[in-house]
Design a protein around this ligand. Sequence first.
Ligand SMILES: Cc1cc2nc3c(=O)[nH]c(=O)nc-3n(C[C@H](O)[C@H](O)[C@H](O)COP(=O)(O)O)c2cc1C
Length: 216
Amino acid sequence: MIQFSEQERDAIYKVIFSRRDVREGFLPKPIPEDVLTRILEAAHHAGSVGFMQPWNFIVIDNVLIKQRVKSIFLEENKQASQNYDGERKKLYESLKLEGILEAPINVAITCEHKRGGNHVLGRNTIPETDLFSTCCAIQNLWLAARSEGIGAGWVSIIDPEKVKKRLGIPDSVSLVAYLCLGYVKEFAAQPLLETIGWRSRLPLHDVIFRNEWKQS
Ligand SMILES: Cc1cc2nc3c(=O)[nH]c(=O)nc-3n(C[C@H](O)[C@H](O)[C@H](O)COP(=O)(O)O)c2cc1C
């Protein structure tokens, strides 16, 4: 059995606690192919329901494609800002919520629902387990990137159908995430939304119940 030394264990927690969603401060330094492959390999080693591995990773470095995705973001972000009024709206509009053009690489992560045939072991009653599996791969990618000094930012303020069309993704496949990846000068110590007072981390004891809902 593989054992972890204390130092190795600490490294795992260190990468988890220092992971950040990064939208600004990307450096133009390219990500070497071997580093990108390591990160994608880590993503590809995520758990998946029935081992279906429903994900694909579309690595994007084409400026024209990035520009189209950025324009889709801008349209959607204008809409999204309508959810707020007054000071909150002003604050929302001041936020940098993507790094599509600045990040040297964007990665679209998809989920092919039919991979593995009509029935996938374990995917009986919860069909969304294919999407959950894809999210596990994304988290692996995010953590592996952090350990390489590479920031990743998840851009969800997009119309997935428009992005799918631009990337040639078939109707039957879902776009789960659109990530911006690149080396960064630094990783913030806490989430940006916490720093600006938008929302703070819930106390751990508020999210843990014992035996039954809301029981401590
Ligand atoms: C599913 C998902 C979608 C997200 N979409 C966006 C987004 O569109 N724009 C953005 O700036 N951050 C986005 N984020 C990042 C979150 O705001 C961020 O994870 C959260 O504020 C905590 O910060 P941290 O990731 O740095 O710990 C997304 C994160 C997740 C998990």
